[in-house]
Design a protein around this ligand. Structure first.
Ligand SMILES: *[C@@H]1O[C@H](CO)[C@@H](O)[C@H](O)[C@H]1NC(C)=O
Ligand SMILES: *[C@@H]1O[C@H](CO)[C@@H](O)[C@H](O)[C@H]1NC(C)=O
Ligand SMILES: *[C@@H]1O[C@H](CO)[C@@H](O)[C@H](O)[C@H]1NC(C)=O
Ligand SMILES: *[C@@H]1O[C@H](CO)[C@@H](O)[C@H](O)[C@H]1NC(C)=O
Ligand SMILES: *[C@@H]1O[C@H](CO)[C@@H](O)[C@H](O)[C@H]1NC(C)=O
Ligand SMILES: *[C@@H]1O[C@H](CO)[C@@H](O)[C@H](O)[C@H]1NC(C)=O
Ligand SMILES: *[C@@H]1O[C@H](CO)[C@@H](O)[C@H](O)[C@H]1NC(C)=O
Ligand SMILES: *[C@@H]1O[C@H](CO)[C@@H](O)[C@H](O)[C@H]1NC(C)=O
Ligand SMILES: *[C@@H]1O[C@H](CO)[C@@H](O)[C@H](O)[C@H]1NC(C)=O
Length: 813
């Protein structure tokens, strides 16, 4: 009896010894069967060797954790099982307990972690999939969505492709990212990043319960190149306007991850060929992204200094704090709302809408109804469209303070908001505009002694009209001053030759000085342009509404009989061509300045293309149309002029090709087809010219007959792109930026318009060190050359049927 017991004991311990030895070697591949266990030192590896599961110690920690990491980069851990409960010592074991769940046991056989589930299945199997998902499924099941359990339902600090963030309606768990405590400690830190369906879907990054960053989901993810990279196309799933899931579908050729790091920054990485991780971008991007950076009712403008301003009708809550750049207490109304008649709204364009704290949403309302509704309720302080796609619909109304507004031209995720102002503030906005104008006109007129009743009447009529328009809600619409012919004649010494600074097909350009000492550039348009007076006024007014720091400002116009003139601000630093092509002057523009100029031009063009009211295609972007102000800030000039003179030629095709050879895209020069992408082509040429200091047209190289584009393309393919750079930039350049400019330039001049990036992508690619740029394809027009000697014909007349040559102010010849 005793011996039998002994025998049984001996046998069973022998068997267990045997089996454990056997098991140890049996762990191979990606699955763990229900009769197997995984010990510290063993690992599961997914079929394509992408991911590995096993025990590890993060950083300098002495604890052991069960986790999943990239096989190629074991220090990047994508998931941790026992993040709350570390194991001491190397005795950890992962097994499948009974028929139910995965359990992790420590040296004394206590359960440290388990995957709990409700269903019992015979001999379930755990498998590490190539997506990085650890799944448990029953014998009867094939790989499918009906896993008994999957690690993807329990995200840690990392979102990898196929891992869904949002409301899991199967497990009714909210799936979100939680940072690690530190690099040595994977237990949950204080930062979270999750879907927030309060009102409209947003993604919110919090520290504890404090919001640090938020982004509107629909607009951002549908429009931004940032999130729509082919490598990780973000996918959104909605159910009744609630965001259920956000994720990137699995793509076997790409390793990418979004990590919420220990300091609360989201980092998007992608694995390069050398098996190291490239940082593509981080979020928050800048100070204006910090939640509520400018306090209540403040607006953050990243290109302005200081960054924060109060919204119209508001003043700093504490001027002392504001003066020392402490924005936190924000702004208060300068005059309280009294809900009397005459209250109205001021439109603030292109902003990230404020957070939804106290709000009302009505997706059925039009913007007009929204305004009326908001006006009716005394505590409604702002409204906006809730859905800007398809021309705008829906109504969002805010009550209480407006928090976290930023202005940005970088992406498409902004829209307009209308802010309520008391009657007095609305009047004062207009009075101050009108007063300024009146003073100007009076001054001018008085000095010149031509104070006629007519001028004053005209003025008054304009103002009354403007006021009426203003009351219809377009508070910011800008009335265009009409200059008197005699004023302009006096300012330009009666259009003397000495004052002429340029001449083009549209007529000569004169420099002038008003009696207020303001310098102006006057474009005197040729007579007989065939355009009616009303048409001209309309066009000019719409151009006058374009306001951007990188566009030259139209100050007014002058109409007298047949005579039409446009009055612009005068730029003292002439134009870009004056500098970059000139051997001596090019040294004045060091690399950082050039890069700023490149960014400025790109932003200006983005504004032209994307301004929802007009959508202007420039059609004649070139170095001589980039004017430089006192601070060498670039200003695109001549925008929309082509439009004015093409009244009868609408949309995408024209018989009158107006442009400048060397900058024109193939489809435009050959077929007369133009679109925003033809401007992108011209911008690409300009980029390469700014980097190289050479003209595209007129470029000569001893080794080949290509133009500048062809030369850049050859160098690019030989990995010698940097040789394109102007020698005078050698000391000042930042190589990565130069390289980036060249690559973006080449992307812009690709032959097919559909291959060229949109301006929003161009601005993004130029401005973000981490952005991944596609490889450019062959440029258009890279070998074509003109038979005309380039030095004498920088503008080719053959392209201007009817003899039109685009106007060029300050062209240095
Ligand atoms: C474990 O189970 C599988 C089937 O589920 C079986 O083929 C294998 O022989 C078993 N191994 C051991 C050591 O019991
Ligand atoms: C597993 O399931 C089978 C069939 O359902 C059952 O016979 C067996 O006892 C179960 N094993 C455990 C450990 O629960
Ligand atoms: C295993 O875990 C239990 C409970 O958490 C703990 O009391 C025990 O000390 C652990 N054993 C080892 C060897 O760490
Ligand atoms: C899973 O088990 C843990 C304890 O291990 C428990 O806290 C948790 O509530 C369980 N979850 C579910 C969904 O049963
Ligand atoms: C879960 O979400 C899907 C859409 O993602 C929906 O079709 C389904 O009805 C939802 N199930 C439940 C139980 O809500
Ligand atoms: C996978 O990624 C590559 C590289 O970015 C991309 O070209 C390809 O279109 C992607 N495939 C799918 C199915 O999205
Ligand atoms: C988090 O990411 C930001 C931006 O990449 C970086 O500056 C910071 O050092 C990171 N924090 C940690 C703890 O790694
Ligand atoms: C104004 O709107 C608020 C918030 O929706 C609401 O509580 C209040 O009753 C409204 N007041 C009037 C007069 O409609
Ligand atoms: C937003 O507007 C677009 C175009 O009108 C429409 O297709 C879409 O369904 C709207 N979305 C919501 C949430 O109303």
């Amino acid at each position: 009896m005793e011996s039998q017991a002994f025998f049984i004991f001996f046998f069973s311990s022998f068997a267990s010894l045997l089996s454990s030895t056997f098991l140890k070697f049996s762990i191979a591949g990606d699955t763990l069967a229900s009769n197997q266990s995984l010990r510290d030192g063993d690992t599961l590896v997914s079929t394509s060797q992408r991911f590995e599961l096993g025990f590890f110690s993060p950083g300098s920690s002495k604890f052991r954790y069960l986790g999943i990491w990239y096989k190629a980069t074991p220090d990047i851990v994508v998931w941790v099982a026992n993040r709350h409960n570390p194991i001491t010592g190397l005795q950890g074991v992962l097994t499948i307990s009974g028929n139910r769940s995965l359990v992790l046991l420590n040296g004394t056989q206590s359960i440290v972690w388990s995957s709990n589930l409700s269903r019992v299945e015979e001999s379930p199997v755990a498998q590490l999939l190539d997506s990085g998902n650890l799944v448990l499924f029953g014998k009867t099941e094939t790989y499918s969505d009906s896993f008994l359990w999957q690690s993807f339902d329990f995200p840690c600090n990392m979102r990898i492709p196929d891992l869904k963030m949002g409301e899991n309606n199967r497990t009714s768990l909210d799936q979100y990212l939680t940072s690690w405590k530190s690099a040595d400690d994977p237990s949950p830190g204080e930062f979270t990043y999750r879907v927030d369906n309060h009102g409209l879907p947003q993604l919110v990054l919090r520290m504890g319960s404090i919001k640090k960053y938020r982004t509107w989901v629909k607009l951002t993810f549908i429009n931004l190149p940032l999130y729509n990279n082919p490598a990780f196309k973000t996918t959104l799933e909605f159910n009744n306007n609630r965001l259920i899931y956000i994720y990137e579908p699995y793509n076997s050729s790409v390793f990418t991850r979004l990590t919420l790091n220990e300091s609360g920054v989201l980092q998007r990485y992608i694995l390069n060929k050398k098996n190291t991780w490239d940082l593509m971008f981080t979020v928050p991007r800048d100070l204006c992204d910090s939640y509520g950076y400018c306090g209540p009712n403040g607006i953050c403008r990243i290109y302005k200094s200081p960054l924060c301003e109060c919204l119209k009708g508001f003043i700093p809550n504490s001027q002392q704090e504001w003066d020392v750049l402490d924005w936190s207490s924000g702004c208060v109304r300068s005059v309280p709302l009294d809900c009397q008649n005459g209250e109205g709204f001021v439109k603030v364009v292109q902003v990230k809408l404020p957070d939804l704290l106290e709000f009302r949403l009505n997706i059925g309302m039009s913007i007009k109804e929204c305004e009326e509704e908001c006006l009716k309720n005394c505590s409604c302080i702002a409204y906006a469209n809730s859905n800007i796609s398809g021309g705008g619909s829906g109504c969002l109304m805010w009550f209480g303070d407006l928090i976290d507004i930023r202005e940005s031209f970088q992406d498409n995720s902004e829209q307009d908001i209308y802010i309520r102002l008391p009657a007095s503030a609305i009047d004062s906005i207009h009075d101050s505009n009108n007063k300024k104008r009146l003073v100007k006109i009076l001054l001018l007129s008085a000095t010149l002694g031509i104070l006629t009743l007519g001028t004053v009447c005209g003025c008054i009529i304009m103002k009354v009209k403007a006021k009426r328009r203003a009351l219809n809600g377009k508070k910011e619409s800008l009335e265009l001053p009409l200059f008197d012919f005699t004023t302009i004649a006096a300012a330009t010494s009666n259009f003397s030759d000495a004052n002429m600074i340029g001449e083009g097909g549209f007529g000569p350009v004169y420099k002038g000085k008003l009696s207020t000492e303001q310098e102006i550039a006057v474009k005197r348009l040729s007579k007989g342009s065939g355009q009616g007076l009303e048409e001209f006024k309309n066009e000019v007014t719409s151009i006058a509404k374009l306001q951007h720091r990188n566009l030259v400002r139209l100050l007014g116009c002058c109409i007298q009989g047949e005579e039409r003139m446009l009055i612009y601000e005068y730029m003292c630093n002439k134009s870009l061509n004056y500098f970059i092509y000139d051997q001596n002057r090019s040294t004045l523009l060091a690399w950082q300045k050039r890069f700023d100029i490149v960014m400025g031009i790109a932003r200006g063009l983005l504004y032209l293309h994307q301004d929802s009211r007009l959508r202007i295609i420039h059609r004649d972007l070139k170095a001589s149309n980039i004017l430089l102000d006192n601070d060498l800030i670039p200003k695109i000039s001549d925008f929309g002029l082509a439009r004015i003179f093409e009244g009868e030629q609408i949309c995408a095709k024209t018989k009158r090709v107006i442009g400048t050879y060397g900058y024109m895209s193939p489809e435009y020069a050959i077929d007369g087809k133009f679109s925003v992408k033809s401007d992108v082509f011209s911008l690409g040429v300009l980029l390469l010219e700014i980097v190289s200091g050479k003209r595209n047209r007129g470029f000569h190289h001893p080794d080949h007959h290509h133009n500048l584009l062809g030369h850049a393309w050859l160098l690019w393919n030989e990995d010698r792109a940097l040789e394109l750079m102007d020698a005078c930039l050698k000391d000042s350049c930042v190589e990565s930026q130069v390289q980036r400019c060249i690559q973006v330039g080449l992307l812009c001049v690709q032959k097919l318009p559909q291959d060229r990036p949109a301006m929003s992508s161009v601005v993004f690619m130029l401005g973000n060190e981490e952005a991944i740029l596609p490889q450019p394809k062959q440029p258009g027009f890279f070998i074509e050359r003109s038979s005309i000697d380039a030095d004498t014909a920088t503008r080719s007349e053959e392209f201007y049927r009817n003899g039109e040559v685009p106007i060029t102010i300050l062209d240095a010849r």
